[in-house]
Ligand binder design. Structure first.
Ligand code: PLP
Length: 375
């Protein structure tokens, strides 16, 4: 039996989401067509939009379907720059996902000043640092809600307050918090929020961007769909699956159960491998993510042995894990060399006790074999 503990890279599509997709493939109309088949598709599109809106406590008009989390992030960030042509400053953090960091690098080349906030050794962000960084020139504050490598949660409510008090827009990359914590946009005045289907049991190639009512966000793709905000015939199977994934979370968020399994995983590893340490263990984290370092070991060598035993985890972000660079997140937390000795285990609503037991039955042996060092 293989054990999948790499759910921050991508998740298994839920049966219910797959069924919703298949229905849209049978009922294959274009939501923009006026005939009955098109109207049936339009109804499915509206239903999915309602599901996503209630998942966010937003209104359906505030939901724009996208092709990925990356696309939503780019729409929000580039759109914020266009909305504020006179302001050339952006505040973000050092530990954001590569999908936004790459864009910030590009914007810097175009003359924007980008302030990257530091985090402490637990991966936490200090709101005072944000307060000091925002100026009259700041167009946008862009901060992830939860970190994809450590699961550490940023103080988003406080950060939004600071951004709003200084009159700038606020974007959050919620790709790793959607489906892991409750999001209530009726309470928190975020301007743009992004999440992605494949991180929460819908397929790849679909996501959603929340745009607060009243903001006329410029489009990246011109066309009539999504009320002129995102041209291109809608990916209805993906959208229906995303709506269903949101519904599954609202019916049963599984956060407590997943959190208990993570506790078992961490307690078991700390007990059997005394030199193991949890990255960000002292911070508030989403319940499914555990980044653990095994000082003086090579994470890739451990992962390779786990892989051979049918256990799948990763050393960091899937997009960066292929490279040889140590994780920029762990380096920003001051972990230095230990960044190369870290493994991320990420659970999902489908993770079982047996799977955690299987990992705990194998990992200490692997570490012992590689080091002979367990005391
Ligand atoms: N933001 C975060 C925090 C992520 O973890 C990811 C994916 O790993 C993305 C953005 C990009 O999402 P997508 O794969 O849908 O483009």
């Amino acid at each position: 039996m293989s054990v999948y503990l790499d759910n921050n890279a991508t998740t298994r599509v839920a049966r219910e989401s797959r069924d919703a997709m298949l229905e849209c493939m049978e009922d294959y109309g274009n939501p923009s067509s006026m005939h009955a088949l098109g109207q049936s598709a339009k109804k499915r599109l509206m239903d999915a939009r309602m599901q996503v809106a209630s998942f966010l406590a937003a209104s359906p008009q505030e939901v724009v379907f996208t092709g990925s989390g990356t696309e939503g992030n780019h729409m929000a960030i580039q759109g914020s720059c266009t909305l504020n042509p006179g302001k050339r400053h952006i505040v973000t953090s050092r530990v954001e996902h590569p999908s936004t960091l790459a864009l910030f690098g590009h914007l810097e080349k175009r003359g924007y000043q980008v302030t990257m906030l530091d985090v402490d050794e637990e991966g936490r962000l200090d709101p005072d640092d944000l307060e000091k960084a925002v100026t009259n020139e700041t167009a946008l504050v862009s901060l992830m809600w939860a970190n994809n490598e450590t699961g550490v949660i940023f103080p988003i409510e406080e950060a939004v307050k600071i951004a709003k008090s200084k009159g700038c827009l606020f974007h959050t990359d919620a790709v790793q918090s959607a489906g892991k914590l409750k999001i209530d946009l009726s309470r928190v005045p975020i301007d743009f929020l992004v999440f992605s289907g494949h991180k929460m049991h819908a397929p790849k190639g679909v996501g959603a961007l929340f745009v607060r009512k009243g903001i006329r966000l410029p489009s990246l793709f011109y066309g009539s769909q999504e009320r002129g905000r995102r041209g291109g015939t809608e990916n209805l199977p993906g959208i229906a699956a995303l709506g269903m994934a949101c519904r599954l979370f609202m019916e049963d968020d599984c956060c407590e159960r997943v959190g208990m399994l993570r506790e078992k995983l961490e307690a078991g590893i700390l007990e059997s491998i005394p030199f193991a340490r949890i990255n960000g263990g002292g911070a508030e984290r989403v319940p499914n993510t555990s980044s653990i370092r095994f000082d003086e070991m090579e994470s890739e060598a451990i992962l390779d042995r786990l892989d051979k035993a049918g256990i799948y985890a990763s050393s960091g972000a899937a997009c960066a894990a292929g490279g040889n660079e140590p994780s920029h997140v762990l380096v920003a937390m001051g972990l230095g060399k230990a960044a190369e000795a870290s493994i991320r285990f990420s659970l999902s609503r489908y993770t079982t006790e047996e799977e955690i037991a299987q990992l705990l039955g194998i990992l200490p042996g692997i570490v012992e074999q590689m080091t002979g060092r367990m005391q």
